[in-house]
Design a protein. Sequence first.
Length: 440
Amino acid sequence: MAIELKMPALSPTMEEGTLAKWLVKEGDTIAAGDIMAEIETDKATMEFEAVDEGVLAKILVAEGTDEVAVGTVIAMIAEEGEDADSIEAPSGDAAKAKEPEPATPKAEAAAPEEPNEPEAGKPAPKAAAKSSDPAPDIEAPPAPVKDGERVKASPLARRLAEAKGIDLTTISGSGPKGRIVKADIDGTEAAPAKAAPDKAAAPAPAAFDTDIPHEAEKLSNMRKTIARRLTEAKQTVPHIYLTVDIHLDPLLSLRKELNATLEARDIKLSVNDLLIKALAVSLMQVPKCNVSISGDQLLTYSRADISVAVSVPNGLITPIIVGADSKSLSAISNEMRDLAAKAKDGKLQPHEYQGGTASISNMGMFGIKQFDAVINPPQGMIMAIGAGEQRPYVIDGELQAATVMSATGSFDHRAIDGADGAQLMQAFKALCENPLGMLT
């Protein structure tokens, strides 16, 4: 019997993606582990490996197709002894998105970048322990979603509910952790829609015509996600900005000494490596800034996972140094080098960029003196690093020429008070000016 090859869910929140490129063609013999296609998600382009053996009989979704729902049949594989030419594409609902197959979840290294929607049959990842969680041996009954919470529903259930005019917030899901699935929709009649919460919208920019000579390029999934998330962040997160000037010469001197020692191990520390460490240690010294808002709760993290902004051809992505507060500078340097290379190649795995407790964005290499960065929700802060430059600076009561860098922290004022943000900036400045403190 022919095997249906379905659009995979390559991240916990993926509902659809772009089938960017087929790497095989009809008639090719497929073995388990072969790379069959490249699939573009909202964050990266990832390779899709075959798990079955046979002959690729039919390709049902052409490369370059956008908005392919998870679970959609994208190709048919003929098993051994089966005539590939006799295989027909599934008809009707069989070719449409179905409930994702049960799978064992991968443990996330940090709090999720946004509330994750687990796949059907897949337990929801835990961002942090909550005092209201039921005991492990007690299964709490599902309840309708409260105002302001995100509805947990499968992609198919969402489409069916929209077609029938059903308000998902009025339904108690029967899936894992109360997730709404197709069966819940089938047995429900349309009800008057509940008033939407007063929430800022993030509409897509309107298309327009222009006589100015130009080239039009379709937005990638990553660029669409960047536009949506940054718009939502500026509309829904009240930012407060705090800037300090930092005497950078002590940190530059320590870096030079360490690199001389590490040269034999082929390790070269960057200024950014030391700043990542300084931010992580600062967050542990001022835990009131190592936080996230989660509904009506404040999550305070017990380690510092630093998301580092990396520019890639299609936009920006933030690979994460997990537990940067407890890692050595050499470990941070090696890990950052590997993550940056994978980011530029579009090969980051979801657990390598989803999560983080705070972010750092360094534009000093472009000569930018100072800037205000946009917070990456649900994180509570981001540190924006400017260029180190020669400026007049008072040292030991005397005016001297020194290398000075401006750093600006953007803080979610719902979760972090100005005084707490100021303490973090003070701690960050102190560690940069006395860098041996971050190594103890």
